[in-house]
Design a protein around this ligand. Structure first.
Ligand SMILES: [Zn+2]
Length: 203
């Protein structure tokens, strides 16, 4: 829905223009307001900082991406939860079903998404990874829309310009959570396709 924030970006025609142009400008404003109820495009990237982070151990550079699903619907409900100090959880990104990217934690910081986990013998997976939460019910039926997958792949391609993230280090929460079986997310998500589409050559 249109919000006050959207309105702020809309510039009515300055006074002094012929009436016909002022009318046209207001019609354009109304059209823009109507359009703002359309789902945001995939490239939308918003910052919504979460307090739930600390420093990566030994100042590690991330070399891993952990994919989660939220197991709850609603982009903003999930973002709100991950920003609550008392939730004690976070992720670097949440990606909505329309491909909106919301960043909660800076890449150099350690977000709290993997919990008790292990990868290649290292237990502190949070210190080496970037966590991405996909908004999804995690019931195996709720789809991961193309816009969401496209944004996720584009985000990883972008991060690969900064960090060395091998394909085998794009993993699911289920793979690294300990004991195995403690987590099963992201149920039904095509990791093979994500790894393929996250290759730097895939424009
Ligand atoms: Zn998870």
């Amino acid at each position: 829905m249109a919000t006050t924030r959207n309105c702020r970006n809309l510039t009515p025609a300055p006074r002094g223009l012929p009436r016909v142009w002022r009318v046209a400008a207001w019609l354009a404003t109304l059209a823009a307001l109507a359009y703002s109820s359309v789902p945001m495009p995939e490239a939308t990237w918003l910052l919504a900082p979460s307090p739930n982070w600390d420093q990566r151990a030994d100042g590690m550079r991330p070399d891993t991406v952990v994919i989660h699903s939220t197991a709850a619907s609603g982009l903003w409900l999930n973002v709100r939860y991950l920003r609550k100090p008392e939730s004690q959880v976070s992720s670097h990104f949440v990606i909505g079903k329309h491909g909106q990217i919301v960043q909660l934690v800076g890449l150099g910081r350690r977000a709290w998404h993997a919990g008790v986990s292990e990868m290649d013998g290292m237990r502190d997976v949070n210190s080496r990874s970037i966590g991405i939460e996909l908004v999804n019910l995690n019931d195996g039926r709720d789809p991961y829309p193309e816009a969401q997958v496209r944004s996720t792949a584009a985000l990883i391609r972008w991060m690969r310009q900064i960090y060395d993230i091998p394909n085998e280090n794009i993993v699911t929460h289920a793979e690294v959570a300990r004991p195995l079986g403690r987590k099963n997310d992201p149920v039904g998500f095509n990791m093979r396709a994500l790894r393929r589409r996250s290759m730097p050559t895939d424009g």
